[in-house]
Design a protein around this ligand. Structure first.
Ligand SMILES: C[S@@+](CC[C@H](N)C(=O)[O-])C[C@H]1O[C@@H](n2cnc3c(N)ncnc32)[C@H](O)[C@@H]1O
Length: 314
């Protein structure tokens, strides 16, 4: 690789957007009166609209699926199981699960009624799935109903993760498995060259998210939380996805692209002048042969023990 040929060879960090709260791009503008009990994620507040958010979720659910599927298998997912998917959103992951495990019986629960309606519509004639509106903190299920529980990109939005885990423990059968996929802000990824000042962007999103009761450092806490809730054989794994393998377009849809910049100019998040400068950097990034985007997500798995030990389990 001849790095000297790269237009960004001498640029280590593009210093842009240092003075703007660009987290609105991911979290929406509303700050006062936010209902923390419903989690820090709200697709209805997404600045670029619900449809664009659906597209982002769809991509996020598919682009590293082959790696994700292997992790689920490692943690014990088998065809024929009765699975609970918590916070399934519009059901994009549900769809992937059913493609690879056609005999699963999946129950999805989500706090957002729009997502539940959409998921119901998308799987209207599929007898393998049922969707329910409700919160992870108090689920309308009997105890020990499920063989496997999957919770993907939800824990970072929860104010009370331990309460959620206690409730999951209740509905999981003995020897049943729980898998949580989520992030930690400090190991979230790399953009090189860093055309969008990624750390700054990430910090701002984290701040807004914690104001809404979320926690983008939940990744590092998962092992302790699982153990505290009584899960055993707890293991923490990770999935690393990068643009060289999976295509830069998948990653750019989650990062900062030209459409986002136009939106930010139009909505006075940044000035037109800054926006144009940022667009130039974005194009420079695209023209850089050695450009790479790397993402890391945590996958934590645990088992509900066969015997309840009151000294260990509450
Ligand atoms: C970032 S989305 C992830 C959607 C999906 N799991 C995926 O990976 O594409 C977070 C989801 O969690 C749901 N959620 C947030 N808080 C919840 C709660 N307390 N109970 C159930 N679902 C919740 C949201 O409505 C949303 O659908």
């Amino acid at each position: 690789m001849n790095l000297k040929k790269d237009p960004c060879y001498n640029v280590t960090l593009f210093r842009t957007f240092l003075y703007h709260d660009i987290s609105v791009l991911y979290m929406g503008k509303k700050s006062g009166g936010y209902d923390i009990s419903r989690g820090s994620y709200n697709p209805d507040l997404m600045p670029q609209g619900f449809e664009k958010e659906l597209e982002r979720l769809r991509l996020q659910a598919t682009y590293f699926w082959s790696k994700e599927r292997k992790k689920l298998e490692y943690f014990g997912l088998k065809d024929g199981m009765r699975v609970l998917e918590i916070g399934m959103g519009p059901g994009y992951v549900t769809e992937q699960l059913l493609k690879d495990y056609p005999n699963l019986e999946i129950v999805g629960i989500d706090i957002n009624s729009r997502f539940v309606d959409l998921a119901k519509k998308r799987f209207k004639h599929d007898p393998r799935v049922t969707f329910v509106e409700g919160s992870v903190y108090s689920m309308p299920f009997e105890k020990e109903e499920f063989d496997f529980v999957y919770v993907r990109l939800v824990f970072q939005h929860l104010k009370e993760p331990l309460d959620a885990l206690n409730e999951i423990y209740r509905v999981l059968r003995k020897k049943g498995k729980l898998v949580v996929l989520d992030i930690d802000e400090e190991l979230l990824g790399i953009i090189d060259p860093d055309y969008m000042n990624w750390r700054k962007y990430n910090n701002q999103v984290s701040k807004t998210q914690s104001k809404r009761g979320g926690d983008r450092r939940v990744g590092r806490k998962l092992i302790a939380l699982f153990k505290e809730a009584g899960f055993r054989n707890v293991e923490l794994e990770a999935i690393l996805a990068h643009s060289d393998e999976l295509g830069i377009e998948n990653f750019l849809a989650q990062a900062w692209n030209e459409e986002d910049i136009d939106w930010a100019i139009k909505n006075s998040v940044i000035s037109k002048e800054e926006g144009e400068k940022q667009k130039a950097l974005y194009r420079l990034f695209l023209a850089t042969p050695h450009k790479i985007i790397i993402t890391l997500v945590f996958v934590c798995g645990g088992e509900k023990p066969l015997y309840h030990n009151p000294l260990i389990n509450k």
